[in-house]
Design a protein around this ligand. Structure first.
Ligand code: CP
Length: 318
């Protein structure tokens, strides 16, 4: 990650550790009474979301503002994209206004990668089709380490629509690089067969087997917006087999944590008593999104050479 953050695929384990360490420093900033530092004053970030978002868009906006950036949110429906302007011309227009970092979410896989070669601004992938969602994986890792104190050697069960989930892909790439054990659980139609070749990955189709002894359970939403056919007979039958309820949670380790990237479909992939129960760290994921995205913006804006927590502490004294 030097100019852009397009995916976890391109990062080394050391790169990932560096982002997490930098995020720890920013988490300290967010715990202060005044949660704002002047670090990126004078820099401009544009949020360009072609798909709906609550968490990612808001946390990038907050992250930029906490770093004193100028932040512009472009409403696609009210922009000249609807008049036929190309994506590249749109981003070049933003660059002409001084955008240093463009955060983009798009329904087509690969769009951030195509744009990155055409502009000098840093491009951050906030989710491209069913390819990757790198900042989600980084905040997930940050949250796991917050609760477990380590990452290497942990067993993580990722349950549901692996095939259409960019969150799953980014997490699988990251966890494999960090020496974590990954169990993918779901119907055969929703787990691409090539996944079993990736480092650290085991495949399970029965939830009861896959959850046994897991340290972390990550439930996924069924991505109906990206599905083009019948991958299971009905949502009711899917829920019967793959919902995380208290009975199934008891099969994991007693101190297992429950994660979900959101938005939740309660009663489909997760029951309300689990989502709101004491094993759930879902709202910690949401909160950590701001610190992790501050770290990504800081590193892309030129802080990559400094060392994580040390840099944050030295540069942002309380
Ligand atoms: N996890 C996630 O990407 O959520 P949003 O779609 O609300 O941004």
């Amino acid at each position: 990650m030097k100019k852009d953050l397009l995916g976890i695929h391109a990062l080394t384990a050391q790169d990932i550790e560096h982002v997490l360490e930098t995020a720890s420093g920013f988490k300290g900033v967010l715990e202060r009474d005044i949660k704002k530092v002047p670090t990126l004053r004078g820099k401009t970030m544009v949020n360009l979301f072609f798909e709906p978002s609550t968490r990612t868009r808001m946390s990038f906006e907050l992250a930029g503002k906490r770093l004193s950036m100028d932040v512009a949110n472009v409403s696609i429906a009210a922009s000249s994209v609807v008049k036929g302007e190309s994506l590249l011309d749109t981003i070049r227009t933003m660059e002409a206004y001084g955008a240093d970092i463009v955060v983009i979410r798009h329904s087509s896989s690969g769009v951030p990668h195509i744009l990155s070669g055409g502009v000098d601004a840093s491009i951050v992938n906030a989710g491209d089709g069913f390819n990757e969602h790198p900042t989600q994986a980084l905040l997930d890792l940050f949250t796991i380490r917050q609760h477990k104190g380590r990452l290497e050697g942990l067993t993580v069960a990722i349950v549901g629509d692996i095939a259409h989930s960019r969150v799953a892909k980014s997490n699988i790439y990251a966890m494999g690089k960090l020496g974590m054990k990954i169990r993918l659980i779901g119907p055969p139609t929703l787990i691409p067969s090539g996944m079993k070749l990736l480092p650290g990955v085991e495949i399970f189709h029965r939830m009861e087997e896959g959850l046994r002894g897991a340290d972390v359970i990550m439930q996924l939403r069924i991505q109906t917006e990206r599905q083009d056919g019948g991958y299971f007979p009905s949502i009711h039958e899917y829920a019967d087999l793959y919902i995380l309820n208290n009975r199934r949670l008891a099969m994991a380790k007693p101190d297992a944590i429950v994660m979900h990237p959101g938005p939740l479909n309660r009663g489909v992939e997760i029951s309300s008593d689990v989502a709101d129960g004491e094993s759930s760290v879902i709202l910690d994921q949401v909160q950590n999104g701001v610190a992790v995205r501050m770290a990504v913006l800081y590193l892309l804006a030129g802080g990559w050479a400094s060392s994580g927590t040390q840099a944050a502490q030295e540069r942002f004294p309380s």
